[in-house]
Design a protein around this ligand. Structure first.
Ligand code: GDP
Length: 458
């Protein structure tokens, strides 16, 4: 537990704004309000919880009025921190807000640390750890989807799911622990089989959710796609077609796009950075070399590679270099210039079996562009449909990976006829890893690390 002293901070961003909010939380926080706030319509004694009051903030020692404000008191437990909370909504001048905060601090509050309000909400059981973390994700979200994912997590969906798995795990653990307590009732062979199946079902659920991390990460950070192809196959034209407007300068001279050009597209809510590269092929031209080296660097960083071929020409050794350089990355092959007679050797493309699909397009007529967009999206997300629960936090992923590994060990021990004591150790580790996600088991270091990333006032 912590000492419930009174903390205060400016909750709105620094700088000028129409309104700024100062947040105060802690036992008897309203005592401070009573000292520095004068309700426009009478005494402060009757201030009700969850109402907005109009009045003045003044310095009681000098009587000087600082600002005309709106003030609200939210008595515990119906507040963000589950403590008594006071909010002062004042005019949003940077100097003015600091002066009012100074007054609040002079009357018994202490400056809040980063994330301390949310930390108190967690410590008071208002939210679990995964929900508290989602609050930060919500503040930091840069895309519509990231906002949606953070909100779902903040509303406790992930916690509910974790709780459910934990219950299932406890059911199994009870049986194993009964075998420890009553050794004469050894886990029968048949029962072992059932236990293995149950543990495996649980393990599979963990495995599935661990795999949604990549899905969540890509939605949060946006995906990166590298467009590669020998000069003149129509990379820039294709990027333009994907963008839906003329952005990249297209020229008929091979090798003129030497720098890497970044463009952003939105694939049905998925933000994607498209890197149009100079192409990856051998060249003696020193300037082109720079471009080629640059392309390779971008290729390394990309989540997927879009290889562009010219469908109206034969495959060249340069094309093969490009196809091979995609290596183990996710690859889509776009065979461009489909408006012209097709002369490319279709079978030869098929040899590059690591490719995740071949789509015939025309940057000129935009034929096949929407199909290409769809395939690209599905490839980046590894699926077309959205998983029900998505994890977006690396800490959660690490804990769940540990849990899954522990369940695997428990299955092995069960299969080998090992003692229930050993099985229980692994099952308990899996339980702890689930509890870590929602913060049932935690320590000060973890909390410190999590909440230090927050802004002051949250
Ligand atoms: P890059 O060097 O790979 O970026 O290729 P560009 O986009 O600069 O295109 C090279 C040439 O191919 C230009 O003359 C384009 O007009 C032409 N081109 C690109 N896409 C198509 C297409 O789909 N059909 C036809 N007929 N020409 C295209």
């Amino acid at each position: 537990m912590y000492k419930e002293d009174i903390i205060a901070a400016i909750a709105t961003p620094p700088g000028e704004g129409g309104v700024a909010i100062i947040r105060i939380s802690g036992l008897d926080a309203e005592k401070i309000a009573a000292k520095i706030f004068a309700h426009a319509q009478g005494t402060n004694g009757q201030l009700k919880s969850h109402r907005l009051y109009h009045g003045d903030i003044h310095d009681p020692s000098s009587g000087r009025v600082y600002d005309e404000v709106l003030l609200t008191i939210m008595r515990k437990p119906r507040s963000y921190t589950a403590e008594d909370v006071v909010e002062i909504h004042c005019h949003g001048g940077a100097f003015l807000v600091r002066k009012i905060l100074g007054l609040v601090l002079a009357h018994g509050a202490r400056q809040a640390e980063p994330g301390e309000f949310t930390k108190r909400a967690f410590l008071n059981g208002r939210m679990d750890l995964s929900q508290a973390e989602a609050v930060l994700d919500l503040i930091r979200a840069r895309t519509d989807k990231a906002t949606e994912l953070a909100l779902t997590q903040a509303s406790g969906e992930l916690s509910k799911w974790i709780d459910q798995l934990r219950e299932e795990l406890l059911d199994i653990l009870v049986q194993v622990e009964a075998a420890i307590d009553f050794p004469e009732e050894e886990i029968e062979l048949l029962q072992r089989h059932i236990l293995i199946r149950n543990v495996d079902e649980l393990r599979q659920k963990l495995f599935d959710i661990i795999n949604t991390y990549e899905w969540g990460r890509i939605f949060r950070e946006g995906a990166k796609v590298c467009v590669c192809g020998r000069p003149n196959v129509g990379k820039s034209s294709l990027v333009n077609a994907l963008l839906g407007e003329e952005r990249v300068i297209v020229t008929p001279v091979p090798g003129t796009t030497r720098d890497v050009i970044e463009e952003s597209i939105n694939l049905d809510g998925l933000p994607v950075a498209i890197w149009d590269t100079a192409g990856i092929c051998e060249t003696d031209d020193p300037v082109e070399r720079i471009g080629v080296n640059l392309s390779r660097q971008y290729l390394e960083k990309a989540d997927a590679v879009l290889v562009v071929l010219d469908g109206s020409a034969s495959i060249t050794p340069e094309d093969e270099v490009v196809l091979r350089s995609a290596g183990t990355k996710k690859v889509i092959i776009a065979v461009n210039k489909n408006d012209l007679p097709r002369t490319i050797e279709v079978d030869a493309i098929g040899e590059f079996s690591h490719s995740n699909g071949t789509i015939y397009v025309s940057a000129k007529t935009t034929e096949g562009i929407s199909e290409l967009k769809k395939s690209l999206r599905a490839l980046l997300l590894d699926s077309e449909s959205e998983p029900l629960i998505v994890i977006t936090n690396l800490r959660h992923k690490i804990a769940l990976v540990r849990g899954e590994a522990a369940l695997k060990r428990a299955m092995t021990t069960l299969g080998e006829g090992g003692a229930p004591e050993f099985i229980a150790v692994d099952l308990n580790e899996a339980r702890e890893s689930l509890e870590e996600v929602i913060g049932r088991v935690t320590n000060d270091n973890i909390l410190e690390r999590i909440f230090s990333h927050y802004c002051i006032g949250k």
